[in-house]
Design a protein around this ligand. Structure first.
Ligand code: SF4
Length: 324
């Protein structure tokens, strides 16, 4: 078996809750609580779930913006928390991100040329002419012409700004781009254009994507594999067609029943999810979804279900599928 590009092993991220002047720790928010998955080169993996499910924290841990509480992140088999010097710089170049609101991630005081040139100047040795040509070619790859080089972020539309953010993300020739709700701040008509662009770039540059989203209508469009998370834990994981055609976990069924018809192969009756997710400070015992699950049984309240495999790629954590 080949080594995956990225392997997440039993990742936990707990945020301490501190009170008083001395900052006494009185508990922890368990944002991510034992998550494992792989991403292969050229693969698009989507993590879906409601807000507060831990998906953005997983992304921040991979980007080394948060320290792990427990677990490992392996890049080409190497523990990223142990990388130093050039190896750490290489990892940071290889993993880039595109966020929801491009205007928050582009410096309003810099023009497009400087925004794109900044990381390139630090990481590549190019002459002035080569730099200009390289930046122009990046713009070209995201569907913008050279006339944008002198523009400032406030002169761009949302779609154009997101294209610039994507150009910056590909500028250092990464292997993986984390897409954190990349289209949710854009008009619907522009969303499709950005998704098409991302799909084209993935094929051209052999990129992997980790898509973090609560917008399930874009998940089907772009994903090879889907991971469903709830309260910091994986509920179900499988190939895109497995999850979309036959969602097994009641939480997945609820989430995907809400996708508008044009995106699904069969129309499903919409299932309304009861209540709000419980607090990640004190997640419910047993199955974390049991307080909202329409099929809850006594065992669900006491004991967390083990992984049940339906194929080499499709697994679910639910007592409904445990043979009695
Ligand atoms: Fe529902 Fe029980 Fe399955 Fe959890 S384990 S999703 S509570 S049936």
């Amino acid at each position: 078996m080949s080594t995956p590009l990225l392997r997440i092993k039993d990742l936990k991220k707990y945020f301490p809750i501190k009170v008083g002047l001395l900052g006494k720790v009185v508990g922890y928010v368990k944002a991510v609580d034992g998550v494992s998955f792989d991403i292969d080169l050229g693969e698009v993996v989507s993590i879906v779930g409601e807000s507060g499910s831990g998906k953005t924290t997983i992304a921040k841990c991979i980007l080394l913006l948060e320290r792990l509480t427990y677990g490992k992140i392996l890049y080409n088999g190497e523990d990223v928390t142990l990388l130093r010097a050039e190896k750490l710089r290489e990892y940071r170049r290889s993993i880039q991100a595109v966020f929801q609101n491009p205007f928050l991630s582009l410096d309003p005081r810099m023009n497009v040329f400087d925004i794109l040139a900044e990381p390139v100047k630090i990481n590549m040795k190019l002459s002035r002419e080569e730099l200009y040509e390289y930046i122009s070619s990046l713009l070209n790859m995201v569907g913008l012409d050279r006339s944008f080089l002198d523009k400032y972020p406030h002169e761009l539309s949302g779609g154009q700004a997101q294209r610039v953010a994507i150009a910056r993300a590909i500028s250092l020739k990464p292997r993986l781009i984390i897409l954190d709700e990349p289209t949710s701040a854009l008009d619907v008509s522009v969303q499709a254009q950005i998704l098409n662009l991302l799909a084209d770039l993935k094929n051209e540059l052999n990129l992997s994507y980790l898509l973090i989203t609560h917008d399930l209508s874009i998940v089907k469009y772009i994903s090879d594999r889907i991971i469903v998370v709830y309260l910091g834990r994986i509920m179900e994981e499988g190939l895109s067609e497995e999850i979309l055609d036959k969602p097994l976990h009641p939480y997945t069924q609820t989430l995907f029943s809400a996708i508008p018809d044009p995106y699904t192969r069969s129309s499903r009756e919409r299932i309304i999810l009861r209540g709000e997710p419980p607090s990640p400070i004190n997640p419910p015992p047993g199955c974390r979804f049991h307080t909202r699950c329409p099929y809850v049984m006594e065992v669900c309240k006491r004991q967390e279900p083990d992984e049940i495999r339906f194929s080499s790629t499709h697994k679910v954590y639910c007592w409904l599928y445990v043979e009695k």
